[in-house]
Ligand binder design. Sequence first.
Ligand code: HEC
Ligand code: HEC
Length: 316
Amino acid sequence: MFKKIHIGIGILTLLFVGCTSSIEENKKVEDETVGQIQQNDDEVASSLVNNCFSCHQPMGSSETRIAPPMGHVKSHYLEKYQTKEEFVKAMASFINSPNKEAGIMYGALEKFGVMPNMQFDKETVHKIVSYVYDNDIDSDQWLAKYNKVTEPTFEDGDFIGKGRHIVMSTKKQLGKNLKKTIKTKGTKEAVSFCSVRAYPILDSMATVHNAKIARVSNKYRNPKNKANDKEIDYILIYQTQLDNGFELKPILEETEDLATFYMPIVTNEMCLQCHGPKDSIEPEVLAEILKHYKDDKATGYDVNQIRGIWRIEMAK
Ligand code: HEC
Ligand code: HEC
């Protein structure tokens, strides 16, 4: 019990302090990492595989592709950016806040939709991107050495790493199915996908990862997803941080036998089809939403807003 309170306060302080200190921290990170990249090559390689290859698998390793292979991404950036410095800067800034205007892979943007904002920490992104520039990640040797990882492993107690992995792979499954449904059957049909078929996906991911997975919101559509008071505070803090351009960091709370991980859910253009201002949602889609959710509160969003948070509960 003591432990829980202690860490809870620690996190809140961190969040608030975060508003004042992250600019300097980020600057420091940029200065320091430039010379250090070669040091932990293996670590960065597995960070690339664990964080990015769930969507950006190399050619041939997936029939159900949901993003371009990382090698293709690299070639596009090499064509456009001549120096390593420009390459790293452009790619890192896209990953830190993906949006259509900043993207240069027009075909991929069209085909897959904008990459979700995954709130990686900036230092990790910087290292990964430099690594991608320096290494031939498409060569057989590289792939043989690193791309064996199917399910990443986390050190004991690394609940941030594990929580993030659970969120990413769940998001990937949900996103892939949602996009496919919108594309093949239209947005109206996709509403029933969200209300009926999303739960089995969440459940199966929960079983795979042996964790409880939920998405909760202050402006919920399904009352089952109602955030509690503490979670509402987290959502509001994240929104303030996002509005002011600060990095959004995951939150971890621990008791003796449970680790609870939170990560913000940020809207992009695709979401507005069903969560945008009421008068901008297609009438038949809105009608379908109201048919399933009489007291829907989840409209009126713009892009880059905190739609809610992931809550991942992991037994210790
Ligand atoms: C959940 C799936 C997913 C994950 C995980 C992911 N991406 Fe992406 N990424 C995408 C999709 C989809 C696109 C194509 C659409 C676009 O360009 O935004 C993309 C595009 C990109 C682009 C090209 C953007 C452009 O259009 O110029 C870069 C660079 C990129 N990703 C880097 C990364 C890196 C590095 C990682 C790991 C740290 C990563 N991505 C993790 C889905 C993902
Ligand atoms: C095709 C319509 C549709 C699209 C597009 C859509 N959603 Fe939803 N969303 C729904 C429906 C329907 C629910 C209610 C699901 C349920 O019953 O749990 C929902 C629920 C949610 C929830 C759970 C909290 C709540 O309000 O019940 C979150 C978080 C969420 N959506 C985020 C997003 C984000 C982020 C995007 C864009 C990446 C998005 N949605 C795109 C229809 C959609």
